[in-house]
Design a protein around this ligand. Structure first.
Ligand SMILES: [Fe+2]
Length: 165
């Protein structure tokens, strides 16, 4: 009679997978929170834009928000897939996001564009820190951060081009 081999993780594998999960959580959680802040602030700016650039910027911002939500989902689910939770509660996002405060109320479209570019720039700093930090921890998580960096940089360009002379 033969017995099936037991499938167990060796202690070194367990330590390695714990290190990967902890690294992903450390570097991707701030990315998730910045992107969730970008979702909320992006919508606020989308609603309050005014002036001749209204239509284009109003529509562009819906894209920025949709992308940020999608990126946040991908980054958060990477952490969860590795077995750790992520704190993306609204209070935590408000307390810990690196995005600068934005103006309340209506504003001319040029100021709206500058404000969104400022939001994206802050998020990009966090994303690039994640890319750097994850380099020797987990390449799959780093890939996610790289894809987010590419997407945010493209959205930044689509907005910033409206202000370039
Ligand atoms: Fe809308």
């Amino acid at each position: 009679m033969t017995t099936a081999p037991k499938i167990t993780e060796a202690p070194s594998d367990l330590a390695a997978s714990h290190e990967i999960a902890a690294g992903a959580a450390q570097f991707l959680s701030p990315v998730v929170r910045d992107l969730e802040a970008l979702v909320v602030n992006g919508k606020h700016l989308h609603w309050h834009v005014r002036g001749v650039g209204f239509q284009q910027i109003h529509e562009l911002l819906d894209g920025v928000v949709a992308h940020a939500q999608e990126y946040a989902d991908t980054a958060a689910e990477r952490i969860i897939a590795l077995g750790l939770p992520v704190d993306s509660r609204i209070g935590t996002v408000a307390e810990k996001s690196s995005l600068p405060e934005i103006a309340d109320g209506f504003q001319p479209w040029e100021q709206t564009v500058a404000a969104v570019v400022g939001q994206i720039d802050a998020a990009l700093v966090t994303v690039r820190e994640a890319i750097k930090g994850l380099d020797d921890i987990d390449l799959s998580s780093q890939d996610i951060a790289i894809a987010i960096e590419q997407g945010l940089t493209k959205d930044r360009w689509l907005l910033q081009a409206h202000l370039a002379s």
